[in-house]
Design a protein around this ligand. Sequence first.
Ligand code: RB5
Length: 142
Amino acid sequence: MIALGSDHGGYGLKQEIMEHLKEKGVEYKDYGCYEEKSCDYPVYAREVANAIISGECDKGILICGTGIGISIAANKIKGIRAALCHDTFSAQATREHNDANILAMGARVVGPGLALKITDTFLETEFSNDERHIRRINLIEE
Ligand code: RB5
């Protein structure tokens, strides 16, 4: 199950991502926001982060205007590794190396076509399980 969240700046792209996941048969849950009215990105970052930490969802996608605020907020929560990615190379690398559990994007930075490719890459790439990457992730958690 994929947890989705955005502020008003990411609302439109989140709708496109939900449509895309539906077409692919990927299960998701929308944690808001539910309209384009101005709202506060830390609220939705926390909702999605908590859904992952509780085990309700496996991974998350967070979107705001830049992707910066919402990823900073998510990374405050222990156990969250939110990666801000605007290219597919980074989306693949952060899954393989960092075992990132949240993909963050900026809807004012990437177009929907690229955002969907980044989403697919992030969701379809497994963690490498390499000893050196496990060691480094554990060092983050200390
Ligand atoms: C909202 O205007 C904007 O600040 C927000 O979407 C995000 O870009 C913050 O980092």
